[in-house]
Ligand binder design. Structure first.
Ligand code: PFF
Length: 449
């Protein structure tokens, strides 16, 4: 494998977990999860979500780690090296990473703007939810402000990527992930002491299965894949930098637990606040931008809470945009033989263009629709509900059925150094359970049943 000699590797065990968790924990946990759960019945959604994570997400993550570390290449190169007929899966990943960045950078830009307005105090001048709603709508449909903040976020991401795998990606994860946990735990403790918090927690934790439909299951699945950053080649790319003695199963388990913990904690922060203000929990993507600033405003030290909350979103977003950018940069660098610098700039320029279009699609380009959805919404829908689950499905088929099982076993057990007692169960999940469930959920949503 000609890339392996001069390829970067990550430091110790902890680095592998922090870097992969940095990718997983993001806006998906703090911005997307609470509103999707709110739209789909709260506690019942949480139960289905956790089942999707354990039964489908975890095995796929281990499979992706296997592909990455076995090949030590970018997402496309990895499949090409193992079985050239499957390189389409790598392309699916690079495409999905590009499309996700298109809307993810935009939302990241909003979080940066809200953080700055919280710090300067200008977000504290309003009182009613209508006022907050109108400043949000005005902001996102403004032709240049969100584009400017998107650009700012793209450049910060670029800067980290340009520093390289160890100095950029690894160092930023080691700094930002502990910061994220400290902020989140502080906010969760604070939220639980608020009046009316019990009602929010009850909504979030008490399952009401009458709200569950077939589409709830697809949404939970899409959310699980999106949140764990799987089905897309990100974990393949990151695992290509893992050391030979990194324990793939433990890393995947730790990342999955951390990711789910952050989603649950985000719910614990947000739902009590929403209920104590008497607001509908299903107010959609704008939940954290409209509902929360209004709530912070009614609290003592509102500027501090709101600044800290939006800083949390910025930090979470950044470690994820870094991972998405790296998928494309590593691909261009290794497959197209561009220098890493040129590869990073190409990615930055291309995502900036798509991000600008996605941002403008919420305002001046509002007339541009794909199947009735704005460009922004269709990027989210196509990736989370189609490309990621499809990527996951084919990853299961490839690793379960096509990949040389010696390679799989060698990767999972680190060439026999580790025991894996449930190996057979794992293969069974990968070969039958995951692909069948993924297929059924798909067919169901196409209205086949
Ligand atoms: N997992 C990230 C989140 O939850 O915000 C989003 C994401 C990052 C999805 C990287 C896919 C990916 F490859």
């Amino acid at each position: 494998m000609h890339h392996s000699q001069n390829r970067a590797t990550l430091g110790g065990k902890l680095s592998a977990v922090l870097v992969a968790a940095g990718s997983s924990v993001g806006l998906g946990n703090i911005w997307r999860f609470p509103y999707v759960a709110g739209d789909n019945g709260g506690g019942a959604f949480l139960v289905i979500y956790i089942l999707c994570v354990l039964l489908l997400g975890l095995p796929v993550m281990v499979a992706e780690f296997t592909i990455g570390r076995a090949s030590q290449r970018n997402a496309v190169g990895a499949y090409r090296a193992l079985n050239p007929r499957w390189s389409f899966l790598g392309y699916n990943g690079v495409l999905a990473a590009f499309l996700i960045l298109g809307f993810y950078f935009v939302v990241s830009g909003w979080t940066a703007e809200y953080m700055i307005h919280s710090v300067t105090g200008s977000l504290a001048h309003f009182t009613t939810p209508e006022e907050y709603s109108s400043i949000f709508e005005n902001f996102i449909s403004n032709p240049w402000r969100p584009v400017l903040y998107t650009g700012l976020f793209v450049l910060v991401t670029h800067f980290v990527i340009a520093l390289g795998v160890q100095k950029g990606i690894e160092r930023s994860a080691k700094l930002l992930m502990p910061l994220l946990f400290a902020i989140l735990i502080t906010l969760a403790i604070h939220a639980m002491t608020m009046p009316g918090s019990i009602e929010g927690l009850r909504f979030f934790f008490k399952p009401d299965f009458s709200k569950v439909t077939a589409s709830t299951i697809l949404v939970a699945l899409g959310q699980a894949f999106f949140s764990l950053s799987i089905g897309i080649g990100t974990m393949v790319t990151y695992a290509s930098y893992f050391k030979p003695d990194t324990n793939l199963r433990h890393t995947a388990l730790n990342v999955t637990i951390l990711d789910t913990l952050v989603a649950v904690l985000a719910g614990v922060v947000i739902f009590p606040a929403v209920f104590s203000a008497g607001i509908e929990p299903s107010s959609g993507p704008s939940l954290v931008f409209i509902t929360l600033p209004g709530i912070f405003n009614t609290m003592p030290l509102s500027m501090v809470w709101s600044s800290v909350f939006f800083l949390l979103l910025v930090v979470a977003a950044l470690t994820s945009t870094i991972s998405l950018h790296e998928v494309i940069t590593a691909y261009l660098h290794e497959e197209w033989r561009l220098s890493r610098r040129a590869a990073a700039w190409t990615t930055t320029a291309a995502t900036m263009v798509l991000g600008t279009v996605a941002s403008l699609s919420l305002g001046v380009l509002g007339g541009w629709k794909i199947c009735g959805l704005s460009i922004f919404d269709s990027l989210d829908y196509i990736t989370a509900n189609i490309l990621l689950p499809l990527g996951g499905f084919f990853t299961c088929i490839f690793v379960g059925w096509r990949l040389d099982q010696q390679i799989l076993k060698a990767q999972i057990t680190n060439n026999g150094a580790l025991k894996f007692r449930i190996y057979r169960l794992y293969i069974f999940l990968l070969r039958y359970v995951c692909p069948i469930i993924l297929l059924l959920i798909f067919l169901d949503n196409l209205g086949i049943f």
